[in-house]
Design a protein around this ligand. Structure first.
Ligand code: SAM
Ligand code: SF4
Length: 324
C-alpha cells in the first residue's frame, strides 16, 4: 500500500478524464469551459494502464471525475476497463448529472458502483443561477433513472454558498427523507480564479453543523479508513449528511487520496503546485514497474497539509482542471 512520510496511506485515486464541462458553475467555470491547449486527454489505453498501476499499489477506490466526465463518449469503455482490474472494489463517478437520464444504465452496467451527483440547490431558479443551466428537473430525473438502473446510496454534492445555497437545508432534508439519499455539503474552496467570488460567498460548514445538531442530527462514528468528510446521522433519515470542510483543523490528517489530471499529471494535493508527469510511463503495458516507481517516489514529496489558510491555493485555477 502506498504510504507517505506522515504515515498516511492512499487507497483512493481521483482520476480526471477530461477538463471539459458543459456547465458554468459560478465558483468553478463561470465563463464556461475554454479550450486552452490541444485536447489530448488520456486515451482509454493510457487510463487503463494508469489505473492498473495504481491498483497494483493498493488503490481500492477510483473515482472518475473532471471537468464533466460524462462529456467523454467513451466513459462506459473507460469504466469497464477499470472495473475489470483486480483489487478495485469501488469505481465511483462524480457528475453534474446532465445525461444520467439517458446513460445511467450504461454506466451501471459498465461497472460503476458508486455515484455522486452535484446538486447545489433544489430551487430551480437558484440552480439555474449557480450552474448557468435551467436543468434541475433533468438532473433530478437522471437521479431517478440511476436508482432504477441499480445505483444504491447515491450521494448528492452541494457546495455551500453564502446568500445563495446556505438557506436550502430544509429542502434537502425533505428530499433525503423521501428518497433515501445522502448529501455532502462542501465548503467553497478558494482556487486561482475565484478569489473575489470566494471572498463574497464563503461560509463555514460550522454554520450548517450547528443547524444539524439543532435538528437532532448526531456525528456518525468514523470508520478507521474514512476520508476527510465528517458525517452526521438521524434516526428519521436513512441516508447521512456529510460535510467536507477543508478549512477545518486537521482536515489533512485523514487525507487518503491522490489525484491524476486528465493529461496524466499526478497531483499530491488539490492545492499543491506542479505535479508529476506520469504520461511518459503510460505508453506501453511493459512500463508498469517504471510507473509504480514514479508514483511511489513522488509520494515522498507530499506535504503534511495544504496552505489554504495563508491563501496559497497552489497551481489550481479551478477544480475542473484538476478533478475536484
Ligand atoms: N462536473 C462534475 C460535477 O460537478 O459533479 C465533476 C467535477 S466537479 C469539479 C467535482 C465537485 O467539485 C462538484 O461537486 C463541484 O460542486 C465541486 N467544486 C467545484 N469547484 C469547487 C470549489 N471551488 N469549492 C468547492 N467545491 C467545488
Ligand atoms: Fe462543470 Fe462540475 Fe465545474 Fe460545475 S463544478 S462547472 S459541473 S466541472
Amino acid at each position: 500500500m502506498l504510504e507517505d512520510r506522515f504515515g498516511r496511506t492512499f487507497p483512493y485515486l481521483r482520476l480526471s478524464v477530461t477538463d471539459a464541462c458543459n456547465f458554468r458553475c459560478t465558483y468553478c467555470l463561470p465563463d464556461g469551459y475554454r479550450k486552452t491547449q490541444e485536447e489530448s486527454f488520456l486515451s482509454l489505453d493510457e487510463i487503463r494502464r494508469l489505473a492498473a498501476g495504481f491498483a497494483s499499489l493498493g488503490t481500492r477506490k477510483i473515482r472518475l471525475t473532471g471537468g464533466e466526465p460524462a462529456t467523454r463518449r467513451d466513459l462506459p469503455e473507460i469504466a469497464a476497463s477499470i472495473a475489470a482490474l483486480p483489487g478495485v472494489q469501488t469505481l465511483a463517478l462524480t457528475t453534474n448529472g446532465y445525461n444520467l437520464k439517458q446513460n445511467a444504465r450504461r454506466y451501471f452496467e459498465a461497472g460503476i458502483n458508486a455515484l455522486n451527483v452535484s446538486v447545489d440547490s433544489l430551487d430551480p431558479v437558484t440552480f439555474h443561477a449557480v450552474t448557468g443551466h435551467d436543468k434541475l428537473s433533468l438532473v433530478l430525473e437522471g437521479i431517478d433513472a440511476a436508482r432504477a438502473a441499480g445505483f444504491r446510496n447515491i450521494k448528492i454534492n452541494s457546495v455551500l454558498l453564502k446568500d445563495v445555497t446556505d438557506r436550502t437545508l430544509p429542502d434537502f432534508l425533505e428530499w433525503m427523507r423521501a428518497e433515501a439519499l445522502s448529501v455532502r455539503f462542501i465548503e467553497l474552496m478558494q482556487t486561482g480564479s475565484n478569489r473575489e467570488f470566494f471572498a463574497k460567498h464563503f461560509i463555514s460548514a460550522e454554520v450548517l453543523k450547528a443547524q444539524l445538531l439543532e435538528r437532532g442530527f448526531a456525528p456518525a462514528p468514523r470508520a478507521p479508513d474514512a476520508g476527510p468528510a465528517q458525517e452526521f446521522h438521524h434516526p428519521d433519515y436513512p441516508g447521512k449528511i456529510g460535510m467536507i470542510a477543508p478549512y477545518s483543523k486537521d482536515f489533512c490528517k485523514t487525507c487518503n487520496r491522490l489525484r491524476v489530471t486528465a493529461r496524466g499529471r499526478l497531483m499530491l494535493c488539490l492545492f499543491g503546485a506542479g505535479g508529476y508527469e506520469l504520461r511518459p510511463f503510460l505508453q506501453s503495458d511493459d512500463q508498469r514497474d517504471e510507473l509504480r516507481q514514479a508514483i511511489a517516489e513522488a509520494l515522498h514529496f507530499k506535504h503534511e497539509t495544504h496552505y489554504l489558510h495563508q491563501g496559497v491555493t497552489g497551481s489550481t485555477p479551478h477544480l475542473a482542471s484538476l478533478g475536484g
